[in-house]
Design a protein around this ligand. Sequence first.
Ligand code: HEC
Ligand code: HEC
Ligand code: HEC
Length: 276
Amino acid sequence: MRYRALITALAVIAGVSFSAEKVILKKPPESLKKYYPPASKNYEFISAMHTMSTAFYGINLNINEGNWEGAKRWAQELKKTYLKVSKMVPEWKSYFKPQLADNLVKAVSSKNVDRVIGASKKLGQTCAKCHQDNEIAVKLVYHFPSFETIKIEDPVEFMEYKTGKYMEKLTNSMKALKIYLLQGEGDKAQEAGMNFVERARQLRSMCSKCHTNKLSEEVIVGKEFEKALNDLENLLSGDKPDRDRVFKLLGKVGASCTKCHNVHLIPQVVKEAFEK
Ligand code: HEC
Ligand code: HEC
Ligand code: HEC
């Protein structure tokens, strides 16, 4: 039973999940930069995290098997890494309580399970506090490529635009199509609609700037998306396109916009906020 408690105490330390009334995203401190590309390809900060997390589990695993010596070696490894990490990002110094890492080594040395549980929890809380404040923002900033550098050639204006600007052009031609249709201005609706179709088709050109696997493109802007755009184009080419059918097809096209936004928009919005 006591070992079960130990496992539970240690389980809360690993992983991103936490409960909170609000989630705040703070801009990661400057000095973290040097542990991530392009400054470094070795991901020193996150590898130290993996080392600490593995060491925590090493203590747990060995105590459960009665191997206190093994557990002690992991506790020492944990302490050593914790001290190292505490010096990596000066702005985060106050999150670390080196004494608590030392207490854990002592608790394991004493071979007293209750002491180990207590010391683990206390140290684990220092991990959890920092994760709650910083982990999500760091993941968004350092593990996601930026759309800021992606340019898309506008097939209507023959200009290159950044993602945000291009999305605006694309959306405005879709809105214009709807507005003219509702106002009964057929010719203008047709022109805006054709612009929208061309701009939407062009979206696919951006995927390969990050993705090497065609499957990723196919999932969101593949055959179904193309078919909806072709149907829309055909419908708009005829005279007096059926308004309801146009709206229905726009819904189909829009499903792909939403899918892509669900995957890519939120990371990008957060990254951009920090870059400004
Ligand atoms: C790569 C997948 C992708 C696809 C497909 C896509 N978008 Fe976007 N969209 C984005 C990203 C990323 C942003 C955030 C851009 C930024 O803020 O720089 C965005 C932003 C937007 C915005 C907000 C623009 C702004 O900056 O205010 C609108 C509106 C929009 N998209 C409409 C659409 C529509 C309509 C479609 C479908 C016809 C579509 N998008 C398809 C990725 C996509
Ligand atoms: C001062 C802040 C801070 C402290 C203290 C801290 N961490 Fe982290 N930890 C982070 C950040 C930031 C990330 C996200 C890093 C990333 O995704 O590149 C992270 C990520 C992790 C991850 C997830 C790694 C992954 O691949 O997603 C684990 C596991 C982890 N930390 C374990 C620990 C343990 C165990 C402790 C305590 C002994 C600890 N951390 C203390 C900041 C901290
Ligand atoms: C700025 C870089 C970037 C661009 C441009 C981009 N993506 Fe992604 N996409 C990512 C990242 C990062 C992930 C998360 C998975 C990963 O790390 O590979 C992802 C994940 C995905 C996924 C789910 C996982 C997978 O790999 O299939 C799909 C589907 C996807 N993207 C489709 C698209 C489509 C379609 C486009 C073009 C319309 C596009 N992406 C444009 C960066 C990008």
